[in-house]
Design a protein around this ligand. Sequence first.
Ligand code: F6R
Length: 244
Amino acid sequence: MKLTIEKDYDAMSLRTARYVTDLIKSKPDAMICIAAGDTPKLTCDLIAQIARKEAIDFSRCFFVSLDEWVGIPPENEGSCQYFLRNYLFTPLLINEKNIHLFNALAADMKKECTDMDAFIKQHDGIDLMIVGVGRNGHIGFNEPGVKFEEYSHIVDLDETTQTVGQKYFREETKLTKGITLGLQHLIESRKAVLIASGSKKANVMKQAIEGEISTSMPASVMKKHTNGEIILDKEAASLLSGQA
Ligand code: F6R
């Protein structure tokens, strides 16, 4: 696994955005997965800016969602789908038929999981996954204790995730369950990039990078990836050994 430390959030976001735009230049029908949340916001903005400036055509690429809050409708601003449409699909003119998202309102959530796994398999797997990290070490909604071998599954959200997740919503929202790609999807992706910014992520990144690979720290799975990279800004890297 590669570790890259950038001077700040802007530089971290630019490096990450470049991975996406470079990939689409060389493989226009690549399959991409990008997390929602605060961390990837600038990355997404920069992808759209670079795409416009360099006339990169995203219309043939495939896109899958990483996760979703079960029961939260797509028009709710706190949903992952709302984020992805707003920051990526609309600005990049991604073809609706190439997008496969978890439906958080589906009656049969197990089928949502099998449909997602089948979509990814049919399209020859994920080329690039850009993920964030929760303060408890989660990736997507792969909470501490998750098996690394899991594909899509439904999750009881950790207390930390339920509490921290409130920041995405205008009003207090009951967040109990999530649906998520599994860590096996990440392990099988051709490239996986984890981004983290700010001092709030410093402790978890120290554990993920310097600790054992363990299901109690899902982000440590990055060390199992043969083409994985963690990109941190200086603040998120501040507790790593050797970083003064
Ligand atoms: C969101 C997701 C989550 C976030 C993580 C960090 O789709 O998968 O795992 O990446 O909770 O969120 P932020 O970036 O808001 O700190």
